[in-house]
Design a protein around this ligand. Sequence first.
Ligand SMILES: [Fe+2]
Length: 442
Amino acid sequence: MHVAQHEVSTQHELLGQLAETRRRSDELFDLVRPDSLYERPITERHRVVFYIGHLEAFDWNLLRERLLGLKPFHSEFDRLFAFGIDPVGRGFPSDKPSDWPSLEQVHEYVGRVRQTLDQALQRLSGDSAGSSEFPVSLLLNVAIEHRLMHAETLTYMLHQLPLDRKMRRAGRPEPIAPSVTPRMTEVPAGCATLGLSRQSGAFGWDNEFEQHVVSVPAFAVDECKTTNGQFLEFIAAGGYQNPAFWTAADWQWRCAQNICHPMFWRQEAGRWLLRTMFEDIPLPDDWPVYVSHAEASAYARWAGKSLPTEAQWHRAAFSTPEGTDRPYPWGGKLPDETLGNFNFHSWDPVSVAAFPQARSAFGAAGLLGNGWEWTSTVFAPFTGFEPFPFYLGYSADFFDGKHYVMKGGSTRTAAPLLRRSFRNWFQPNYQYVYAGFRCVRN
Ligand SMILES: [Fe+2]
């Protein structure tokens, strides 16, 4: 009785969260001018309209039969909107706007999916919830976090739309930050805890399991993320012209694409401008630089340093001199807006030194939010990995040696995804992510 009651209240909370995340994704589509919803802002990805249908088709395909025993009403759209594109090793998509259904048809599908799901989910009592092969809370968390992750990656996509195709939205004003003096902080040899324990009962994606402890030799780590100002020095030193700083594959990519500066930058009349979400501004020196893994690695080599491994990042962020681990770099307090630039409060970065109160036990600052951080670790399963039977490819499709782990979070990363065990990953030449880096010296 007590357990069933608990399950019902959790379900109730999760339904509230699902409604909240729908508002998040709706507000993103609302900032695109309606005549631009069939644009493809990133060549490798789908047109914007795909994602309007995708977020609902995903929930519908996940929950419809497995949990709710409902019949399909539009199988064609269930399939059309089922999957995004993994850009690795495939040609660019060549569909035309006219290949897609009208906005009216898509919105009708979205409305009907939401209404049908919501009615059925409301009817689920604690008892009937037990008849599914999977816990209701697991499936609802998958739906909620899938949508939260898209709320972030869609923002990267809309960032690439021309400014006049977007309706400007406000963010919170930039906090006043002390000026940045690049420094490193020592992290003594010791252990780092990675992953999530199945026994904890906490929700995590397949790639977060199982929890394990890694021994890490002593190293020094940058206190803050690398800034635009620091990256300018790399450019001035000819970093983009010297193959010695690049791996063979990265150099080939750099030359083939003629990449000479970070993708979010542009030069005009001899000065650097930064493309933010809604305007071009003079390049702020103290904001974190957003670059691909290839560019981050080249910078690190030029600086005589390297990117941290995933284990080093964990140790710098969560470990303590006492040998215990913290849930968050600053301690046990849940993330709020005084501790970092995350959870949708801003559209753009702030100074890397903006949240000194959020330092880790070893003195590293700004680890969560304000831009993901690249690691040198290739994305691979932890021991004990098992794919979700209802989403086999979520992680396993990317265990190909071509993706690198990112940790931390960006301005548009939702608070639940800031948990210690959450892992993100991208291929090394993908430039559109809100990702930067800090270096280590071994
Ligand atoms: Fe998706």
